[in-house]
Design a protein around this ligand. Structure first.
Ligand SMILES: Cc1cc2nc3c(=O)[nH]c(=O)nc-3n(C[C@H](O)[C@H](O)[C@H](O)COP(=O)(O)O)c2cc1C
Length: 221
């Protein structure tokens, strides 16, 4: 794992220049943002029951998530839970907002915008299979969350600090998603199996690294 992290950091300087080379289908019109329903912040299982049921599943139905489940998953991942202070459901390194959660789905790549609780279109194409180094279920599961971390906002940090901070941030986010999935009967797996070039594939700005992704869907029954 450390090898891939080093590679991810190593490509930082080349990401911006290389981004333009990625090929994606042309769209006649940029899809409009998708408003999500409000998260159901009063429902779900008690925390201890969710912890009791937390587990990894790798066998997914291809059925898309309902809008409500999608809303709840994203709010659990990186949602605003204290609007007055833009507080989030996960802690932040030095109070900085360095995480971006991308959704890689059959209908393209979207960026979750926490403050408006909506999805912003990022790029066209079904890139689900490109978010894994070889786990086949990833290409057909309805949703892959990609945890992008902006190291450009920590200029004085060492590569080791950037990696540790990125990993910890993805980890706390991933556990929130695990607990929501356990509460709601969804399947999920937190994954290090992401290609070193995923930030480039997703045409992310220089300095953004991706160490982890997380597949989410309904269990195949
Ligand atoms: C840092 C980290 C990386 C992981 N990477 C992968 C992965 O690439 N692919 C995968 O299928 N599972 C991955 N997992 C999930 C673990 O394999 C899983 O949590 C473990 O087998 C225990 O199963 P459980 O989550 O059901 O308790 C990862 C978990 C962690 C914490």
């Amino acid at each position: 794992m450390s090898t891939r992290r080093e590679v991810n950091l190593g490509i930082l300087s080349t990401v911006a220049a290389a981004a333009a080379t990625a090929t994606t289908p042309a769209l006649a019109q940029t899809p409009a943002p998708i408003d999500l329903p409000s998260p159901d912040t009063a429902g779900g299982k008690p925390l201890m029951l969710a912890l009791k049921g937390r587990k990894t599943l790798r066998d997914y139905s291809d059925r898309p998530l309902s809008n409500q489940d999608l809303s709840n998953v994203l709010w659990a991942a990186w949602g605003v839970n204290r609007p007055q202070s833009d507080g989030r459901t996960v802690p932040r390194w030095r109070d900085a907002y360095l995480l971006d959660v991308y959704l890689v789905r059959a209908d393209g790549v979207w960026l979750y915008e926490p403050k408006t609780h909506r999805l912003l279109f990022h790029m066209a194409g079904d890139l689900r299979g490109q978010t894994t180094t070889g786990q086949s279920f990833v290409a057909t599961a309805p949703l892959n969350l990609v945890y992008a971390f902006d190291t450009s906002k920590m200029p004085n940090a060492t590569d080791a600090e950037k990696n540790a901070t990125s990993g910890a941030t993805a980890g706390v986010t991933g556990q929130n998603v695990y607990l929501y999935c356990a509460s709601a009967g969804l399947a999920t797996v937190f994954r290090e199996s992401v290609p070193a070039a995923l930030a480039k594939t997703l045409q992310l700005p220089a300095g953004q690294i991706i160490q982890f992704a997380q597949t989410v869907g309904y269990p195949r029954v």
